[in-house]
Design a protein around this ligand. Structure first.
Ligand code: SF4
Length: 117
């Protein structure tokens, strides 16, 4: 089976052509650097994504969060539900851990949110 992908590792966006045999990546072409080959292998065998979402604080304010590393793509919806159920208290600082373990990643705040007067 042949599969075409656009590498999303850097803004160049190389078009990758991947040969898959028996569920294994046999060859990758079109990549301008080794990171493209690694991306194609991961994307075809076990795709992962960094999750960016929001959580509502206990005070009712929306706080943007993201996972600190990529998690399995098939777990994104479940991870979003877990994160959305958290109710962290303000104030929140960039980098504060909202949830310690979401499918192997930490969910961290991506902006400062103060307690409003
Ligand atoms: S293959 Fe390399 S150069 Fe091409 S988009 Fe991916 S990371 Fe960038």
């Amino acid at each position: 089976m042949k599969r075409e992908l656009t590498c999303i590792v850097c803004p160049i966006g190389c078009t990758l052509s991947v040969d898959i045999v028996d569920g294994n990546v046999e060859s990758v072409s079109g990549n301008a650097c080794p990171r493209g080959k690694k991306y194609a292998e991961t994307e075809c065998i076990s795709p992962v994504r960094v999750l960016t979402t929001t959580v509502r604080s206990a005070e009712g304010v929306l706080v943007s969060v993201r996972t600190d590393k990529a998690i399995p793509k098939e777990k994104l919806f479940e991870a979003m539900k877990i994160i959305n159920n958290a109710r962290p208290h303000l104030p929140i600082r960039i980098g504060d851990v909202i949830i310690e373990d979401v499918f192997g990643a930490r969910a961290v705040a991506t902006k400062n949110v103060e307690i409003s007067e």
